[in-house]
Design a protein around this ligand. Structure first.
Ligand SMILES: [Zn+2]
Length: 158
């Protein structure tokens, strides 16, 4: 895997995850107020597909990397010599806290790294734990996973 100067904008990545999370929350509200579960699920999947189609043209997928192990992701970032080891350790620790909760709740995960450009055109990255597509994880589990780290990120909090 090679590092190319990122083209994907950090702003777009955050907006993308926020949009997906909003649909997730909306689907749960629909079920809570008694709307048909099967239809809600179908609608949710359609909406997620729509959001993907809306945002994918803004992304450069060369900026997207996936790892099976958090250690591999950490070594990958360290070997680039672009970001400080302190920053990397901090973000890996953050993902570890998500992972601990994921395992505790009986899920498994892969690890994603998206290289991005900040508003000031500086390279940065977004890390995430990717749980297998389970259509619609329970709201409680989602919340527990998102809020597991001591300092949840912008995306974790939306
Ligand atoms: Zn997080």
């Amino acid at each position: 895997m090679k590092f190319q100067y990122p083209k994907t904008k950090l702003r777009d990545v955050i907006d993308f995850y926020k949009a997906r999370k909003a649909e997730f929350n909306l689907a749960h509200i629909r079920i809570e107020i008694g709307q048909n579960q099967k239809q809600t699920l179908e609608h949710y999947e359609k909406r997620i597909k729509h959001i993907n189609e809306e945002y994918f043209p803004f992304f450069d997928f060369k900026d997207f990397h996936i790892f099976k192990k958090l250690n591999d992701l950490e070594n990958f970032l360290l070997n680039l010599n672009i970001f400080t080891p302190t920053k990397i350790k901090k973000s890996i620790q953050h993902e570890k806290e998500h992972l601990k909760k994921i395992i505790e709740l009986g899920y498994s995960a892969n690890f994603g790294c998206i290289f991005t450009l900040t508003e000031k055109q500086k390279p940065s990255y977004v890390l995430m734990v990717v749980t297998p597509l389970d259509s619609l994880m329970s709201k409680e589990h989602r919340k527990k996973i998102d809020l597991a780290p001591k300092k949840p990120s912008l995306i974790d909090l939306c």
